[in-house]
Design a protein around this ligand. Structure first.
Ligand code: GLV
Ligand code: MN
Ligand code: MN
Length: 430
């Protein structure tokens, strides 16, 4: 049967997004909190599993907690002699603290809608279609983004999982064990090209380009990399009343200059396009009557140019160290994570572009400032990305919003792109 209606159902999209938003540590006005590798994140994966099993699809959870549903190719060789590689779609269901209800979730709901449409309409395809929820995409808890998709990309060792820790000192490996996953089995989650042909993720843009231009779809060609590090400024804590201004080694005053240095470097003419942010700061001992003795800053440098990304990080540390020295305090740096920018393959982009043209849907090719699971998937399997508009470009905040009708259109572009990949692979005998 030929598919005639692959537009997502807006009402159903709203209902699924609300169902996931209700699984949160924080109540509604404070946004959604469903951190990586927590039981709440597992509850959200369980909801997705129910949606998929209700459609009659098989579902498995891999070694690191990624959830993968499959619809076998409907024109599969009954003898099983011809193995067809899968085409996947999906995103993540964890959130930042007090975040929005669309980042990651829109892509999972879109995957669920594609699954429903192909099952209910009996759409035929040669290659298996897989619907995926990656575990732990947000770097908010461990400083490391894309934990599940990095496993898929073969980018973890079990030792590294034991070394990366959250603010309470729990490692990713500890958090996995608490949820009954065995971090020593991380290699088992790796995807390879014998089993996977391609992957396309739908995501909210998280910027305001599409909305400002009145464009319906973004087609991503390049995903920014990020270098994240912790800076510790050590000064001398003392009494705020009895210590004269001239005899202080105030760690917070020096840290304040480092924050402004980050802004200055990213704004200079040679770094236009670099984003450098201090998003977290801890002051010790944290008392109104004690001069700050130690300050910890979390710095996130993002860029689409890998050389400039790393040079910026080095420049922040070296110039930060000099300015601290001048203030009589010390600066130490510790790398938290480092991910390169990724160029997504043109052939998937061409397919998605062709679908938009066929549907007469407005689109633009654009790069992504945020990190995404596709960035890590792309290390193992060709990956593409489709953006849908974000209201006012807001993201990682409770105000994050995308309309269900925009997502429904994205679902159609996604579904038709996946089926076009299926058809192209078949034509090429792959
Ligand atoms: C993921 O949301 C990121 O921080 O880019
Ligand atoms: Mn996301
Ligand atoms: Mn995010």
């Amino acid at each position: 049967m030929t598919a005639t209606n692959l537009r997502g159902d807006s009402k159903r999209i709203t209902a699924l997004i609300e169902a996931i938003a209700a699984i949160s540590e924080t109540p509604a006005p404070s946004g959604v909190t469903r951190l990586a590798y927590t039981s709440l994140e597992r509850d959200a994966h369980a909801a997705f599993t129910r949606w998929m099993t209700d459609l009659g699809l098989s579902v498995r959870t891999d070694e690191v907690g990624n959830t993968i549903a499959e619809r076998p190719g409907t024109r599969a060789d009954p003898t099983g002699a011809t193995h067809k590689r899968a085409i996947g779609t999906g995103s993540h269901l964890d959130s930042v603290p007090r975040g929005g209800r669309f980042d990651g979730i829109a892509g999972v709901v879109a995957a669920a809608e594609v699954a429903r449409l192909v099952v209910e309409q009996g759409v035929e395809h040669d290659h298996p279609l897989r619907f995926v929820v990656f575990a732990g995409e947000e770097g908010a808890r461990f400083g490391q983004a894309c934990i599940g998709s990095k496993a898929v990309g073969g980018m973890w060792t079990s030792q590294a999982l034991a070394e990366v820790r959250d603010a309470d000192g729990a490692s990713i490996a500890d958090a996995m064990r608490a949820l009954d996953f065995d971090p020593r089995q991380v290699d088992g989650a790796k995807w390879d090209r014998d089993d996977w042909a391609g992957f396309i993720e739908l995501h909210v843009e998280q910027g305001e380009v599409l909305e400002a231009q009145g464009t319906s779809i973004g087609i991503v060609d390049l995903i920014s990399g990020s270098t994240r590090f912790e800076l510790t400024v050590s000064g001398r804590a003392s009494h705020t009343g009895s210590t004269p201004m001239s005899l202080r080694a105030d760690a917070l005053c020096a840290a304040a200059e480092v924050v402004l240095l980050c802004e200055e470097i990213a704004n200079d003419a040679q770094h236009r396009g670099t984003r450098c942010t201090v998003g977290k700061i801890a002051v010790l001992p944290g008392s109104i009557t004690t001069i700050p003795g130690e300050v910890t800053l979390a710095v996130d440098v993002r860029d689409v140019d890998s050389g400039r990304q790393r040079e910026t990080a080095n420049e922040v540390v070296s110039r930060g160290r000099d300015l601290c020295l001048r203030r009589g305090v010390e600066l130490r740096a510790r790398l938290l994570s480092d991910a390169s920018p990724v160029v997504l393959p043109a052939w998937i982009r061409d397919i998605t572009t062709g679908v938009c043209k066929d549907l007469d849907v407005s689109f633009r090719v654009m790069c992504s400032g945020a990190s995404h699971d596709s960035q890590m998937v792309g290390h193992a399997v060709p990956a593409g990305m489709i953006f849908v508009p974000s209201r006012a470009g807001l993201s990682h905040v409770p105000e994050e919003w995308s309309s269900s009708s925009d997502i429904a259109l994205g679902v159609e572009v996604l579904a038709r792109s996946l089926l076009a990949v299926d058809a192209q692979l078949t034509r090429l005998g792959r």
